[in-house]
Design a protein around this ligand. Sequence first.
Ligand code: TYM
Length: 340
Amino acid sequence: MTTDASTSPAARPSSLPVKPRIFSGIQPTGRPHLGNDLGAIRNYVALAERYEAIYCVVDYHALTHVHDPEMLRHQTLEMAAALIALGLDPKRCTLFVQSDRPEVTELCWLFNTVTPVGWLQRTPTYKEKRQNQPEDVNHGLLTYPVLQAADIVIYKASLVPVGRDQAAHLELSREIVRAFNARYGVTFPEPQPVYTDAPVVLGTDGVKKMSKSIGNTIEVLAEPDVIRKQVMSMVTDTQRILRSDPGRPQVCNVCRLHRHFGDDYEQIWEGERTARTGCVDTKKLLVERIIAHYAGARETYKELMADPARLRAILDEGAERIRPIAEATMAEVRERMGLR
Ligand code: TYM
């Protein structure tokens, strides 16, 4: 964890948990990629040691672009299994599936009534998604950040481990909370992002953010051969043409990733700078390190996926554990808003 912030005492709602509560959500995109892990999941694990943590596989959000029911169900289980395999202990934190706690959709609707539509139209991710799926600009895409705000604050969470791509959504969550608190009295904390030391991981193209929708990912729990192919396809320093040319590790995505796998990245960078090592050598080393780093998680993931009943029981238990928090918040909100 590198960035930390908590609610200002002046705006502190009376029913906040004693310890800061952590919440984060992840889309059921199947197996996670390196960006998910280095940018967010590592912090889910670290923060669960110190705080009361709640993590959610956001299948409602996924419906804005996944329309195959079987695929959605399967990928939801895959992401839950992956989170456990990557270190989340369901005994020490709560892991659940978003649609198993449907109270959040009611809060989303209520938040819609305090959210000016202009805020949503200006959200960068909305503009991006309109371009990416022009044939399917559904209303869910517009209201996506409102559901995200509801996800977080229905549990009165104040810290949210995410990658930097979620900064605009978090800013909007704070604005929605402010708008609600101003109209109905201070009810919710303003959630703050918590970043890792790799808040933006670039994809194998070395230009765009690593993302499944772009197809530039390194899937950390995939079979070694898949990881090998993905890493070996990475774009390195584009100005280093000949093996004898000195490299610029500071602009090379492969070199940058070495910072997270081993404590000798300075030597690796030096090798590149002096052309002692070539890009292919540096990639091969990265492949082996990534495969080794995730070997244990890969086995745990396979075991979990072989026993879906056990996985579903863990997720059911998670959703049940937080039912009282969701219900208490909704009772408070209905009271404040004048609903029966
Ligand atoms: P999602 O599913 O796209 O990504 C899950 C988490 O991984 C981080 N991440 C990255 N970090 C660094 N570099 C990358 N290339 C990279 N790619 C992904 C994301 O920042 C995120 O933390 N809208 C959210 C899901 C969500 C949510 C929430 C998050 C729904 N409700 C409430 C926080 C709180 C999303 O689509 O994340």
